[in-house]
Every structure is written in structure tokens, then in C-alpha cells.
Design a protein around this ligand. Structure first.
Ligand code: OTD
Ligand code: ZN
Ligand code: ZN
Length: 345
């Protein structure tokens, strides 16, 4: 095992940075690790207009310390009746990098999400023409479908028809959690990418209930059985250019997770590259970490890879247990797998 690993500076293709005090607390942690990040638009209210995205991008830039080089890449939150002109204009103006599809009520702040694909068809056609990728939260929301089956059902019921209906659209299946999701991306290599989080690589659903209910392991899509985690590990470490890094870091204050109806989302930004390195080392695939973290994403989005380099060290992870939220006397609990992490920044 090497004692250091130097790779091109990575990017994070799926990040929730929030706004206000939470943004002030979190932005630095993503910017320390990553050169660029795809910023999720599920604010309250959601980011649906070009002008809102420009203003949010300015707030993010202002929240990052001046000595860190960091580029926020903005996304449009698709709602029923999404305006094709707003999508096209934002892409032309260099604001939108992609648009995000949340099925209504699938996850945090998705109440304004899409209720039927017919209602976004015009917007998706505009995106096809503009060469703007669609990022999907791939879960059906039908309460009759078991929580653990919602990703697999989405692939058949929604994603496959969507690919056929919009043959020019490039799609990212975000935060894949199942072997069916892996297989789906592998089956459409010319049109699809898939992001994989550090947490879904490091534990299966048992961890959520080990010794009691553990809210800091709860996110959506929820972690699945071990066979699915193993499929994710194979995909992420394979070198297949369709799979790339997306942490889905999703901070909530500790009190809103440790309560009777705790929020979904895991704050992994301070430990993301360390956990990914641990997974690749365990799989004997450290040579493929650079492709997953720093090359495959830019290639999918048609952007240049970063020229700077980072070095990871084989040393026990040092990370705070919590991060303070300025002015709120609240903390955010930092993700920590149950298994050892022997990589450090
Ligand atoms: N939490 N999952 C997601 C978002 C959030 O808190 C969030 O914003 C998601 O799927 O993007 C989640 O558990
Ligand atoms: Zn999602
Ligand atoms: Zn997310």
C-alpha cells in the first residue's frame, strides 16, 4: 500500500450547500476538497430562475474563504411547467450547467418537484437542444411502493420511458444505491452517467439500526442491502467512465436529525475524499481513484479536468465530530463510518 496518493484535484458533482448560516458553516468544507461542485437547487423556495441562480452563486462565492479556489456550478430546479426559454437562456449565459428533476415529495425540499413527466416535456426538449444534462433523483414516490424498492421501480417506470422520449438528452442517475441502478447506467454508456456517494459505499442498511436507530446514517435514497453496496463498490472502482464522484453532502443541524421525525441527509463534506480513498484502497483499486474523482465527471460534462494536484496520506482520519453553525448555537454532525478510515488529507 502506498503511503501517499497524488491525484488531480477532484470535483464534487452533487452537493447541497444550503443558504444563510448553514452555507457559511458548510461551504469551506466542500471548497477545501473540491475545485468545482454541482450545486443542488433545493432551497426554500427552490432555485428555478436564472437570476436566482446568479444571486445564489454570488452568496456561495462570498461564503468560501478567499484563499480557496472554488467554482460553484449551478442547476435549475425543474417544476411542473418549467419554462423552456428560462432553461435555454440560462445555459447560453453560462449559468445553468444542468437541471435537476425531483419527483414531487421524493426527498428534502422537493414539494415543488415534478408530478408527471408530461409536465416537463417542453423543458426537457429545450435541454436536449441546448445540450444540457438532466440530473435525476431516481425514486418513485408512490406510497404503495416499498421504500427500499423505489429506485429500482423508478428505472422501469420513469427513466426508461424518459430515455426513449428524449433521445438527445444526457442524464445522470444521482446517488445510485442499487445494483439495478448500476446496471441501468452501464446499459446506456453513451447517454448516462451515475454518481455514487461515500456513505453508500461504506455501509449497508444494517448500520442504520445497529444497536438502536441512528439518524446520522439516514438519507434518501436510503442505504440498501449488502449486495447493492458491493455492486456500487465494483462500479465506482472499475474505472468505467460512466461513474463519477458525487457526495450528496446534505447538512442538517444535529437537533433536526436527532428527533422524533429526523431529516434525511448526511454531512460528509469534511471526510469525503478520505472515505472514498479508503474504499478504493480496500478494493485494491487506488489506481482508479483519479478517474472516478477527477476525470470521469469533467468528461461527462464536457469540462476540462483540473490541473492542480492533491495528496492524500495513509494516516488515521482526523476530522471534527461536529461543525458549528455561526450565530445559531447549533452544530452539524459530521459523517463517520463505523469502519476504520486510514486516509487523511
Ligand atoms: N437529503 N437526500 C437528498 C437531499 C437531501 O437534505 C437534503 O437536501 C437527495 O437525494 O438529494 C437526502 O437525504
Ligand atoms: Zn436526490
Ligand atoms: Zn442530493
Amino acid at each position: 500500500m502506498p503511503s501517499t496518493l497524488t491525484i488531480r484535484r477532484p470535483d464534487d458533482w452533487h452537493v447541497h450547500l444550503r443558504d444563510g448560516p448553514m452555507l457559511a458553516a458548510c461551504a469551506v468544507h466542500t471548497a477545501r476538497q473540491f475545485a468545482r461542485a454541482i450545486i443542488m437547487p433545493n432551497l426554500v423556495p427552490p432555485v428555478t430562475k436564472v437570476a436566482e441562480a446568479v444571486a445564489y452563486r454570488d452568496r456561495i462565492r462570498a461564503a468560501v474563504p478567499a484563499d480557496l479556489k472554488f467554482e460553484p456550478l449551478m442547476t435549475c430546479y425543474l417544476t411542473d411547467g418549467a419554462d423552456p426559454a428560462e432553461l435555454t437562456r440560462g445555459k447560453e449565459e453560462g449559468v445553468w450547467v444542468a437541471a435537476k428533476l425531483y419527483p414531487a415529495h421524493a426527498t428534502t425540499n422537493s414539494a415543488h418537484g415534478v408530478t408527471s413527466m408530461d409536465r416537463v416535456a417542453k423543458g426537457l426538449e429545450a435541454m436536449e437542444k441546448a445540450g444540457m444534462p438532466l440530473l435525476v433523483h431516481g425514486e418513485v414516490t408512490d406510497p404503495d411502493v416499498d421504500l427500499f424498492d423505489r429506485e429500482a421501480v423508478f428505472l422501469d417506470k420513469v427513466l426508461f420511458p424518459l430515455l426513449k422520449r428524449h433521445p438527445g438528452l444526457k442524464i445522470v442517475l444521482e446517488h445510485i444505491t442499487t445494483r439495478e441502478g448500476v446496471a441501468f447506467v452501464e446499459a446506456h454508456p453513451d447517454r448516462m452517467g451515475g454518481t455514487i456517494t461515500p456513505h453508500h459505499l461504506s455501509y449497508n442498511r444494517n448500520a442504520i439500526f445497529k444497536g438502536g436507530i441512528r439518524p446520522h446514517f439516514y438519507c434518501l435514497p436510503i442505504a440498501k442491502r449488502e449486495e447493492h453496496r458491493l455492486a456500487l463498490r465494483r462500479a465506482a472502482t472499475s474505472g468505467n467512465p460512466a461513474f463519477f464522484l458525487g457526495t450528496d453532502t446534505a447538512p442538517h443541524s444535529t437537533d433536526t436529525k436527532e428527533c422524533a421525525c429526523g431529516c434525511a441527509g448526511i454531512f460528509n463534506a469534511p471526510v469525503a475524499m478520505q472515505v472514498y480513498a479508503q474504499v478504493f484502497a480496500e478494493e485494491g483499486k487506488l489506481d482508479n481513484l483519479e478517474a472516478f474523482a477527477s476525470l470521469n465527471g469533467p468528461r461527462f460534462y464536457g469540462l476540462p479536468a483540473n490541473e492542480e494536484r492533491i495528496t492524500l496520506r495513509a494516516a488515521t482520519l482526523e476530522a471534527p465530530e461536529t461543525v458549528e453553525v455561526p450565530g445559531l448555537s447549533k452544530t452539524i454532525t459530521v459523517f463517520r463510518p463505523d469502519t476504520p478510515v486510514d486516509w487523511s488529507f
